[in-house]
Design a protein around this ligand. Structure first.
Ligand code: HEM
Length: 260
């Protein structure tokens, strides 16, 4: 799942290392060489993962590694299936929210370096959701269709969870650059459904906790804020404020913050 409705497919594809300057003799040529030298570290970074990307992959894989370790060392709770279900569900939600936060954080603070993290975060969210779903249908219900039908259609929290999972499936399947190209504008519309999935997951969480709903409601508040930041008017107001403070800084002679 790419979860980047803003990004046109052409931008999303990694750009090939095209020659940036023609071989120009004289001053223009030396300026071009200097610019090339300044670009070199960036080009190197483009060929591999940045430290931020590495840290993101490590952080996203850590809960799976921790869970695998706990399964291996027999360190789960007295109800291991419930433990696995809760841990994978929580991680899926956290990663889903993190993926949704990328665009608003870029809008608010100009953190463009986060943009390439959106796709992996979305894909990891789906993989944990898949693990969560498989734990439920396989380990918990032994793939018994009758029991599963009862469980999913009689427990409303399971039904909305199932709805969220059904939305995440096609998003994950169409997360590749090839599908972005093939679907064109429809791709963006399809991937907006990720917000519906996030809302359903929050409802799923609210409905399954019995007493203290503070935690699921906190996730709900974050998802609502992220959704609000997608509203064009809110986004424009935020962008205007950012531009305003940048021009005030320039007028005062304060250098802008370093590019992130
Ligand atoms: C058919 C689909 C789903 C079913 C049947 C299902 C089932 C469950 C069950 C039984 C629990 C309770 C675990 C416990 O006893 O603590 C749970 C918790 C949870 N699920 Fe799902 N789930 C589904 C889909 C999803 C999806 C797609 C997500 C997220 C992307 C998700 C996120 C969560 C979260 C955040 C919790 C709470 C974890 C906690 O207690 O800390 N679920 N789910």
């Amino acid at each position: 799942m790419v979860l980047e409705p803003d990004m046109p497919p052409a931008v999303a594809r990694s750009s090939p290392a095209a020659p940036t300057h023609p071989a120009v003799p004289g001053r223009a040529g030396s300026r071009a060489r200097m610019a090339d030298a300044a670009d070199r570290p960036r080009a190197r970074r483009r060929s591999g993962w940045t430290r931020l990307q590495l840290a993101t992959h490590a952080a996203a894989l850590a809960p799976a590694a921790h869970l695998a370790w706990d399964v291996w060392t027999d360190n789960l709770t007295a109800n291991p299936i419930q433990d696995i279900t809760a841990r994978t569900g929580k991680t899926a939600l956290v990663l889903l929210v993190a993926a949704l936060a990328v665009t608003p954080l870029n809008t608010l603070f100009g953190w463009r370096r986060l943009i390439p993290l959106r796709r992996p975060l979305g894909v990891y969210a789906f993989l944990y959701a898949l693990q969560h779903f498989l734990t439920f249908v396989w380990l918990d219900y032994g793939l018994d269709p009758v029991l599963l039908e009862e469980a999913i259609f009689e427990k409303k929290y399971a039904l909305v969870g199932f709805g969220a999972f059904l939305i995440l499936l096609p998003l994950a399947a169409t997360s590749t650059a090839g599908w972005m190209r093939r679907l064109g504008k429809r791709w963006k519309r399809l991937h907006r459904l990720v917000y519906v999935a996030a809302v359903l997951v929050v409802v799923h969480f609210v409905w399954l906790v019995k007493a203290d709903v503070r935690e699921p409601l906190a996730y709900g508040a974050v998802v609502a804020a992220l959704l609000a930041l997608r509203v064009p008017r809110v986004r424009e107001a935020v962008a205007r404020r950012r531009l305003g403070s940048a021009s005030r800084r320039t007028a005062r002679g304060t250098p802008p913050p370093p590019p992130r």
